[in-house]
Design a protein around this ligand. Structure first.
Ligand SMILES: NC(=O)C1=CN([C@@H]2O[C@H](COP(=O)(O)OP(=O)(O)OC[C@H]3O[C@@H](n4cnc5c(N)ncnc54)[C@H](OP(=O)(O)O)[C@@H]3O)[C@@H](O)[C@H]2O)[C@@H](O)CC1
Ligand SMILES: Nc1ncnc2c1ncn2[C@@H]1O[C@H](COP(=O)(O)OP(=O)(O)O)[C@@H](O)[C@H]1O
Ligand SMILES: [K+]
Length: 463
């Protein structure tokens, strides 16, 4: 955002104009949601504080009782100093006593310029707020690039941000602390986006195109997926299979490890083929282009060897669950896969704990393995080996139930089979998975998702 600011200023928009527009957007959002109430603006020393002085002036002009408390004065000569000088209303101490008297608090302490953990007086005062908080840009202490809390950050009821959402608005815990998020246009020209060349996006249909069979298509043209099944947890492979088929794969073969497992699998969906021929023989068929390895498989040397074999044969491999665990402490075992779908635990086992900067960790894992990495969770991060990041923010908590990850791997494989590139396939899979889960809602079990995909696809392919 600071880069956006600089690019806009370089493009001829004065910083003061942007600050006035930002403050106006916050004041407008506040007046739409709250009745006039004793309002305390907590202002920091930078431009975030500057926005706060603008909010104070505009609310006061609208008849609100407003007091400003400054953590520190803005540096002389800055835009923030200019707007602070235009504030003629009452000032209060930056203290817990001031906060106790407020019916509404505008948090304009730190924004995009957060440079260290929030501690000391700032943390004490922000931590004492019991009134509703409206955050300017981000709740102070939320790192806009990662969503992590540095030191302390208050819980906002409303966050008004500008130009473009930042990762911190989409990634937890920051996302949870923002409350309602309003994205305001402050007049930054579209060219600014090109100038800052963003590397992170929010997932959405504008980022990828779903495959659609042509009138003359046939099942082979839509791709053949192989799913390696385990002897014990056969359900996992079946969930993968159902999802890959609903996502549009033309053919699907379950690779059974033995005759007993094969007969269990044959009792499942009639449209699925079951093979006992062994991986070698299936890998000899180049038409079986996409493989899913891991769901329901033990994290052992055999799983690892099978994964390497499929990658070495040039297949597009989605590696999940057992295949990831089989690579514990050894990311190179996953090199060359198309898509890896670790949840936080699997990610930590392979690559080490992601820490506070999960986008950076996911990026590094993708660069290391050459695979697209989907770091799954409520806010899945999809990272490409070239450094692009997409954040998926449409997944409802109903997905927090066993087997939904298997379904995600299946959707990704089904899209890969139809020729989507790994990054786009992974992004689209996360999005469709989330949309299907929304349709299902409470009571969701993993089996439901594949069924609902047809409705989600129908809606998406219509629009
Ligand atoms: N970009 C745009 O298009 C637009 C941006 N706008 C607004 O600008 C905001 C960004 O402003 P900004 O760059 O001045 O940074 P900001 O968040 O005010 O903080 C910097 C100051 O805080 C200090 N400080 C930091 N952390 C600290 C800590 N933990 N504890 C103590 N001190 C700490 C830091 O100190 P220093 O690091 O220099 O030691 C410095 O003095 C952005 O969020 C948005 O609201 C809009 O006006 C219009 C359009
Ligand atoms: N709280 C949540 N909110 C939204 N999505 C979630 C949440 N918890 C899990 N998910 C999603 O559910 C899926 C769970 O995958 P995973 O943990 O691999 O489960 P399993 O191994 O049982 O299939 C992932 O796609 C993840 O993004
Ligand atoms: K803030």
């Amino acid at each position: 955002m600071t880069r956006a600011d600089a690019a806009a200023i370089a493009g001829g928009i004065p910083g003061l104009t942007l600050m006035e527009a930002a403050g106006r957007a916050v004041a407008r959002a506040v007046m739409r949601r709250f009745r006039p109430v004793r309002t305390l603006v907590l202002a920091g020393p930078g431009n975030n504080g500057g926005d706060g002085y603008v909010v104070a002036r505009l609310l006061e002009q609208a008849g609100w009782p407003v007091v400003v408390a400054a953590l520190a004065p803005p540096r002389p000569g800055t835009d923030a100093a200019a707007v602070a000088a235009r504030w003629r209303g009452p000032m209060a101490d930056f203290s817990t006593a001031s906060v106790a008297r407020a019916g509404l608090v505008i948090d304009a302490v730190f924004g995009a310029g957060l440079s260290k953990p929030v501690d000391g007086l700032a943390a004490e005062v922000l931590g004492a707020v019991t009134a509703p908080v409206v955050a300017v840009d981000v709740p102070s202490g939320v790192d806009g690039a990662t969503g992590a809390v540095r030191g302390f950050a208050p819980q906002a009821a409303l966050t008004v941000t500008f130009f473009r959402l930042k990762p911190g608005h989409l990634l937890y815990p920051g996302r949870g602390l923002c409350g309602e998020v309003v994205l305001a246009d402050i007049g930054l020209p579209a060219g600014v986006l090109a100038a800052i060349a963003p590397r992170a996006w929010r997932n959405g249909p504008g980022l990828w195109r779903l495959p659609r069979p042509g009138a003359d298509s046939h099942k082979y043209a839509r791709g053949h997926v192989a799913v390696v099944a385990g002897a014990g947890m056969t359900g996992a492979a079946r969930l993968v299979a159902g999802a890959a088929r609903r996502a549009g794969a033309g053919l699907l073969t379950l690779l059974a490890p033995d005759a007993a497992t094969a007969s269990v699998l044959r009792a499942g969906d009639p449209g699925v083929m079951v093979s006992e021929a062994g991986a070698e023989s299936l890998l000899a068929d180049a038409r079986i282009g996409s493989w899913v390895v891991g769901p329901g498989l033990p994290p052992d040397a055999a799983t690892r060897a099978l994964l390497r074999q499929a990658i070495a044969a040039g297949r597009r491999v989605v590696a999940d669950a057992g295949a990831l665990r089989a690579a514990t402490g050894d990311p190179d075992a996953l090199a060359g896969a198309a898509v890896l779908t670790p949840h936080a635990g699997e990610f930590s086992a392979v690559f080490g704990p992601p820490g506070d900067d999960r986008p950076a960790a996911a990026r590094a894992a993708a660069a290391r393995t050459g695979a697209v990495v989907v770091l799954k969770g409520a806010d899945s991060i999809i990272a490409a080996p070239d450094g692009r990041i997409v954040i998926n923010a449409n997944a409802p908590p109903w997905l927090a139930t066993g087997g939904t990850g298997d379904v995600l791997a299946g959707i990704a494989a089904g899209l890969l089979a139809q020729g989507m590139a790994p990054f786009e396939a992974a992004c689209a899979a996360c999005f469709l998975h989330g949309e299907a889960a929304h349709r299902i809602g409470p009571g969701l079990v993993a089996e439901d998702i594949a069924d609902h995909l047809k409705h989600v696809l129908a809606a998406r392919l219509r629009s």
